[in-house]
Design a protein around this ligand. Structure first.
Ligand code: DAH
Length: 339
């Protein structure tokens, strides 16, 4: 005669053996082995059995519980393995992999790194200022009167609250002198913005490196020597550098610099690359007013300043014909500068 526990085992094992999925197995586990499951119920029933039956039924109960537990585990493992195998069956391992493309520095960044490295060697520190500026830092403090054409709406992006996008990095000259007394020797690379007609050589956003050097007895000769050295380092020793008299409100005298080099694709053509000059005493005086001291006494301190057009320099150096390429994110363009 078979014991009811043995019958229970047969039914349970048969059911588990054909369970189609993990939910069915879990339901079976709860039904047989759960706290109120039918096999577990035998544990309770044992207590009322005659003493001589207890060890026999107890042993059987352990066997049945063990066998059902094992069957549940094995069936579960089998189902999981089958599931994995079917997932892998759809995978074609003979397909070529997706290549991991490695990025490279943008040509403007490469240009910037080169320029910064050259100025670093001459002892210039890095300074920075915000892209969103006020009129005072962008114009007034730089001796640019309210009726100056650069302030007109057509050149400057004005924000509704009266702030503006800086039209040049010269704003950082003022911010640097406001925050520290002389001597000063900084470069400030960054973006500048103008409402220019966009074409091959004009972009609404472009990049500059501003330079400011303030000390005792700084002269035009220092300015010339520094920038000539810079352009020779950047474009090679055969580079010719020409200083042309010009006008900027914040420098006196002022110059524009043109460069020419046989080593460059532009060849025998002079190309304008920089504005510069000796800091105008009116700029020092305006800075003193803002600082409420006389740290920048124009009788004691002199200085030079310059503004380099970064996009222009990169276009010359890498022979790029259209400034708009810098911002278009076209990989066919960018990959040409990947080292
Ligand atoms: N800020 C001028 C511009 O964007 C460039 C410039 C000219 C900067 C002369 C200077 C400077 O520091 O001294 O056109």
């Amino acid at each position: 005669m078979t014991h009811p526990l043995e019958e229970l085992r047969e039914v349970a094992l048969a059911e588990i053996a054909v369970a189609p999925d993990e939910e069915t197995i879990e339901a079976a586990r709860v039904r047989y082995l759960g706290r109120t499951g039918s096999i577990s119920a035998w544990g309770e029933r044992m207590k009322s059995l005659p003493k001589e039956e207890k060890p026999i039924v107890g042993k059987l109960l352990n066997e049945v519980r063990g066998a059902v537990t094992l069957a549940i585990e094995e069936r579960g493992a089998k189902l999981r393995a089958a599931q994995e195998a079917s997932a892998l069956a759809d995978l074609d391992i003979s397909l070529p992999g997706t290549p991991n493309e490695i990025g490279a520095l943008h040509p403007l960044t490469q240009m910037l790194d080169r320029a910064i490295a050259i100025f670093r060697r001459m002892g210039f520190a890095l300074a920075e200022g915000p892209d969103v500026e006020d009129e005072w830092h962008c114009f007034d403090a730089l001796n640019t009167p309210p009726d100056h054409p650069a302030r007109a709406e057509q050149d400057t992006f004005y924000l509704p609250d009266g702030h503006l996008l800086r039209t040049h990095t010269s704003t950082v000259q003022i911010r640097t002198m406001e925050s520290a007394p002389p001597p000063i020797r900084v470069i400030a690379p960054g973006a500048a913005f103008r409402r220019d007609e966009v074409d091959a050589t004009h972009s609404a956003q472009f990049h500059q490196i501003e330079g400011l050097y303030v000390d005792e007895r700084v002269s035009v000769a220092d300015l010339k020597g520094t920038l000539e050295f810079f352009f020779h380092e950047l474009f090679g020793p055969g580079t010719e550098v020409r200083f042309r008299p010009h006008y900027f409100p914040f420098t006196e005298p002022s110059f524009e610099i043109d460069v020419k080099s046989k080593a460059l694709k532009s060849g025998e053509k002079w190309i304008e690359v920089c504005g510069c000059g000796m800091v105008h005493p009116a700029v020092f005086e305006e800075v003193n007013r803002a600082r409420r001291d006389a740290a920048y006494d124009p009788e004691k301190w002199t200085g030079y300043a310059f503004g380099l057009g970064m996009d222009r320099l990169a276009m010359i150096l890498f022979d790029i014909s259209d400034i708009r390429l810098f911002a278009q994110n076209d990989l066919r363009f960018l990959k040409q500068f990947a080292a």
